[in-house]
Ligand binder design. Structure first.
Ligand SMILES: Cc1cc2nc3c(=O)[nH]c(=O)nc-3n(C[C@H](O)[C@H](O)[C@H](O)COP(=O)(O)OP(=O)(O)OC[C@H]3O[C@@H](n4cnc5c(N)ncnc54)[C@H](O)[C@@H]3O)c2cc1C
Length: 412
């Protein structure tokens, strides 16, 4: 094949929901000379098998903005592209299983008011009409965010990409970035068909990013873990309802449970999660799921059944196990690599559907304006000490994942 040199102002590496969202944000900020490279197909990483849950509930103002902006961004992209994103506006309930959780939910109310997000803290008795299948025994209440729901992550990715393309940005699929090197006026990205010269590069390649930037002497604090979701058969109890149930996040299980058709879909946070491909992502890994291990989920599922007995009656239809990217505090790496001018990160997303739309908008504004649109130190890539060793990084990742829906301390 003839090798050629191409140019773009900004190259984005990775065409999952996050990379496409950065691309969409850039064209919305009038930066259209952008080229996105995707090694396989758009959404073929973790995005295609995600449950698609999106919430506006964050424990920190900046994070809540990312969440809220994500839903807004996907709906905007749907309107502009005509590509459906399948948003189900069901609302969600975050259960208070201890008095401490309830107190935190009350303390967060001022934040939501300031951001104009509908939010209420409910008594156990108020939950029954919203979720008649929920057993409220032992509950202290729940936080209710009515604008939440779930959507089709692949549809949302394509909606973002369609608008970006129509605005002049380019997307090249089946085109892995092979390496990256600094050049006199920016960066050179090597691909099988040639070199691409650019001023700025955004790494949006999730758990692939760790090995990709290692040759530059950068050690990213992220790894992949196995993450399970269970889909049940039809539930008779759901069949009797004339509305869709809200998503439930239960810190005691810990798990999220929502309606999927006439059954349930449940994502489980294991207490002893299993890391995946810590020595490097297999070269040919693509659009694949991992071997499920339902035995490991049993203690969690028993708690889910206690909370929603109908879940236990519906019978398991499918168990999906997919790799999920994690950083030591569970939050993404979003911003510049300060020691390498022109190199940006939008990676490390474990709730990439929930935060991707807002994160793309945030990073694009930062790139286009030279400063972030608002302060977001909790996702700044520089928040981890340089040279955090792999063992410590993985240990913290495992602890964070296992904590599930436990809220970080107020000043975290
Ligand atoms: C079972 C399961 C359920 C989940 N449910 C939810 C949920 O309900 N809500 C939620 O918010 N999150 C959920 N997640 C997490 C969510 O899937 C991820 O956070 C999200 O998809 C991350 O998006 P991304 O764009 O960062 O990564 P990816 O979708 O993995 O995209 C990265 C892309 O980069 C490409 N790439 C890698 N290396 C290169 C290279 N060198 N050159 C070019 N391209 C490259 C890959 O092919 C890939 O397409 C779930 C995860 C799992 C496993």
């Amino acid at each position: 094949m003839k090798r050629m040199t191409d140019r773009a102002e900004i190259v984005i590496i990775g065409g999952g929901i996050v990379g496409c969202s950065v691309l969409y944000g850039l064209v919305r900020s009038n930066r259209t000379d952008c080229l996105l490279l995707e090694r396989r197909n758009l959404a073929s990483g973790s995005t295609w098998h995600a449950a698609g849950n999106v919430t506006r509930f964050g424990h920190h103002t900046g994070l809540t903005r990312l969440y809220a902006d994500s839903i807004t961004t996907y709906l905007e992209a749907e309107r502009e592209s005509g590509q459906g994103i399948g948003f189900h506006s069901t609302g969600s309930l975050r259960l208070a299983t201890t008095p401490g959780e309830l107190a935190r939910y009350h303390a967060l109310a001022a934040d939501f008011r300031r951001l104009g997000i509908e939010y209420r803290v409910l008594e156990p008795l108020e939950l029954e009409p919203l979720h008649p299948l929920l057993c409220t025994d032992g509950l202290f209440g729940a936080a209710h965010t009515p604008g939440d729901g779930h959507l089709d992550p692949t549809g949302a990715t394509h909606a973002l990409a369609t608008v970006a393309r129509a605005s002049g940005a380019r997307i090249r699929t089946r085109c892995p970035a092979l390496s990256l090197a600094p050049a006199s006026d920016g960066w050179e990205v090597e691909t099988a068909s040639g070199t691409i010269r650019c001023r700025q590069v955004v790494i949006a390649s999730s758990f692939w990013a760790r090995q990709f930037v290692r040759p530059l002497g950068i050690s990213l604090p992220l790894f992949a873990l196995e993450h399970h979701e269970i889909i049940t058969g039809p539930s008779e109890r759901i069949g009797q309802l004339d509305f869709e149930l809200p998503t439930v996040r239960d810190p005691h299980a810990p798990s999220n449970i929502r309606q999927e058709g006439s059954g349930f879909l449940c994502g489980v946070y294991e207490s002893d999660p299993v890391p995946w491909a810590t020595n490097g992502i297999p070269e040919h890994f693509a659009e694949e799921l991992l071997e499920p291990d339902i035995g490991r989920l049993e203690p969690h599922l028993l708690r889910v059944i206690e909370r929603i007995p109908a879940f236990g009656e519906a019978g398991i239809r499918a168990v999906n196990n997919g790799p999920i990217c994690y950083t030591p505090d569970g939050l993404p790496l979003l911003g510049p690599v300060r020691s390498r001018p022109g190199l940006w990160l939008a990676t490390g997303f474990s709730i990439g559907i929930g935060t991707g739309g807002g994160a793309g908008r945030f990073l694009a504004r930062w790139i286009a304006d030279g400063q972030p649109p608002y302060d977001l130190p909790i996702t700044d890539p520089g928040r981890f000490p340089d040279g955090l060793d792999a063992d410590t990084c993985l240990r913290r990742i495992i602890r964070t994942y296992a904590n599930g829906y436990a809220l970080a301390a107020p000043d975290d």
